[in-house]
Design a protein around this ligand. Structure first.
Ligand code: BF8
Ligand code: SF4
Length: 626
């Protein structure tokens, strides 16, 4: 179905086109309208040269040397201001991921102590493996006793004063040595974030390079610390993902069911929502209200968490959250933390949708707050689901419009699942890389951003990579974009180059592997570390590359920083607010190579971005002599 250019140019997704047309008919505003109203966006902000770090300001540096201020009132230059702003973004992102990890550690502790309301330890093998990493005795001990020690050990990582963080030691020795040499081997997760806030206070650290090094340090504490804790402990509590089939896009909403969207990030909530939705009395209530059942679907990273552990369908990625409400078929939008637009409140007012916030950390205008707690998790989840079921009666049939679009996908490629697909050893993958059948591996991740045609950055880049025999591993909103266009089906191997196609067909896997939510980028780090260790090299020697084609969040800045700090060349598809500083721009795109063996590039054209990644992969292959 074709709509006018104004709609077609916003997204490549036909479900989005239909919903934007619907929004227009109903006179409803979406993120795209607000983006257009914002244009032109602030030029100082785009360059990163505005500062509000003290109340002598706000200050902004003129990009024109002969016209306007070149220093803030305190004397800060553009280089200082840009570096400070950038690492404050890293602090925000690292804090968000790590607080998520902390919540999981808390849930594990409560579960081990028998105080949580409904959780259990599902993956004992992983529990034992993690305990071994932490030097926790497992012989003749109950899983609860082991879990208690593990929970206390990972909990302690956040408030530690001196390092190292245990999971950083998964990295190759050479990498750790380089971090130590540069003074960026993190001590405690919280400590590095706090130190960013200290250093960026007026009159503290005014050396742009020194500031950036602290940013890298905090980002490593995120990727190899907080995020890795989030991933690993989620697996212990909810099970390590294994390949499972599901579906993606707004067509997963069902006209004749109570529809519940779980949106946000932490599986602590969504796992219980799922459990509650299976409760026979709630299902009976739904049926008594005239629905055929309860349909839970996921959105954003919560969606990634529950699709890969339970095959629960994905309703969409970041830019689709409002569109889901506009279907008029959502009885409850249940949210916890991160990437939830405050615009949802007003929008829900136009429909019967109940917008339910659950975290004490995240309240929203227009939301009903039903506070979640791990201690009585299942009981509260049942209340929340009950509220959705009750709301079904308020649905207005004339307002319901669900696009038919949905696509099958195969997801759930945890590190363990990849190893299993390979027959228990990395060797088949290493052989395929050595032979050139698989040219390299690309991690493609990150958000949506209205600055880029929705999903085009993601899909355009990924398609080009697989056509050129680069195996893609993905998380976050990129994963959802790929799922929606069918790239996560084994049949998608037909779209790949001959080498990759052969490998995928032999293993029965898609050419694009869903590794989870954004904290699960830590899984990608673990795979890279394992491959590097198997080859006896550092991560920066591997034929791998990273990309965030449509990134927007502070979490994405922290991710980019730790991926580069781990030695992986990374291409950004939206321009970071650093171009106002020649020093910061040079450090990120050039000098970082000397510090961590990798750097950033910015390329808004997805095919060209893929080209940069392939060039980098080829260079690494050459250096390895393969
Ligand atoms: O953590 S990719 S828009 S949903 S920040 Fe958010 Fe970005 Fe999506 Fe997940 Ni990640
Ligand atoms: Fe201006 Fe300096 Fe204060 Fe920033 S810290 S607002 S540059 S005076």
């Amino acid at each position: 179905m074709a709509f006018d250019d104004k709609i077609m140019e916003k997204s490549i997704d036909p479900a989005v086109h239909q919903m934007l047309d619907r929004a227009e008919q109903l006179g409803l505003e979406t993120v795209w309208d607000r983006y257009e109203k914002m244009l032109p966006e602030c030029g100082f902000g785009e360059l990163g040269v505005c500062c509000r770090n003290c109340n002598m300001g706000p200050c902004r540096i003129s990009p024109f040397e002969d016209d306007g201020p070149q220093r803030g009132i305190c004397g800060a230059t553009a280089d200082i201001i840009v570096a400070r702003n950038l690492i404050r973004m890293i602090a925000g992102g690292a804090a968000a991921h790590s607080d998520h990890g902390r919540d999981l550690a808390h849930t594990l502790l409560l579960t081990a102590e028998g105080k949580s309301g409904g959780y259990e330890i599902k993956d004992e093998a992983k529990l034992a493996a993690l305990a071994a990493e932490y030097g926790i005795a497992t012989d003749q001990r109950s899983k609860e006793a082991i879990a208690e020690d593990l929970a206390k050990a990972v909990y302690a990582e956040f408030g530690k004063q001196e390092g190292p963080l245990q999971f950083t030691r998964r990295a190759p020795q050479k990498r750790v040595a380089q971090w130590q040499k540069m003074g960026i081997d993190p001590r405690g997760i919280d400590r590095e974030i706090v130190e960013i806030m200290h250093r960026t206070h007026i009159g503290v650290d005014n050396d742009p390079v020194n500031l950036i090094l602290q940013g890298l340090k905090a980002s490593i504490a995120d990727g190899w610390g907080g995020s890795m804790v989030a991933t690993e402990i989620s697996d212990v509590l909810f099970g390590t993902p294994m390949p499972v089939k599901s579906e993606a896009n707004l067509g997963v909403l069902k006209e004749d069911h109570v529809n519940i969207i779980a949106h946000g990030h932490e599986p602590v909530l969504s796992e219980m929502i799922l459990a509650a939705a299976g409760d026979p009395s709630l299902v009976a209530n739904a049926k008594a209200a005239g629905a055929k059942g309860i349909n839970v679907v996921g959105m954003c990273c919560t969606g990634n968490e529950i699709v890969m552990r339970h095959g629960i369908p994905l309703a969409g990625n970041f830019m689709q959250q409002e569109l889901a409400i506009i279907t008029g078929a959502v009885d409850a939008m249940i949210v916890d933390v991160q990437c939830i637009m405050p615009a949802l409140g007003d929008l829900c007012e136009c429909f019967h949708t109940r917008f339910i916030s659950t975290s004490p950390k995240a309240k929203f205008p227009g939301a009903v707050h039903m506070q979640f707690s791990e201690e009585s998790a299942l009981a509260i989840a049942k209340e929340i689901v009950g509220s959705a079921v009750e709301n079904y009666a308020h649905r207005v049939p004339e307002k319901v419009f669900i696009p038919a679009d949905k696509t099958a996908c195969m997801v759930g490629f945890s590190t363990e699942a990849i190893l299993k697909a390979l027959g228990g050893s990395l060797d088949p993958l290493l052989d395929a890389i050595k032979s050139g059948a698989v040219r390299g591996i690309a991690g493609v991740v990150g958000c949506n951003n209205p600055k880029i045609k929705h999903d085009e950055g993601h899909v355009g880049l990924v398609r080009h990579l697989i056509e050129n025999n680069v195996l893609v591993v993905t998380t976050g909103c990129n994963a959802i974009a790929c799922a929606k266009v069918g790239l996560m089906l084994p049949e998608a191997a037909d779209d790949a180059g001959d080498g990759l196609k052969g490998v995928c067909k032999a293993l029965g896997i898609p050419p694009v592997l869903h590794m989870g939510s954004c904290v699960d980028i830590s899984r990608i780090l673990s795979v890279c570390a394992a491959v590097a260790n198997a080859l006896g090299v550092d991560i920066c020697d591997l034929p791998v590359a990273g990309a965030a084609p449509e990134w927007m969040s502070e979490k994405a800045v922290s991710i980019g920083a730790y991926v580069v700090s781990s030695g992986i060349f990374t291409v950004l598809g939206t321009v970071p607010p650093v171009l106002g500083s020649p020093v910061v721009t040079e450090v990120l795109t050039q000098a970082a190579n000397d510090v961590v063996g990798a750097a950033f590039a910015v390329e808004t054209d997805p095919v060209k971005a893929a080209g940069l990644m392939i060039d980098n992969i080829d260079k690494k292959r050459q250096a390895l002599g393969i």
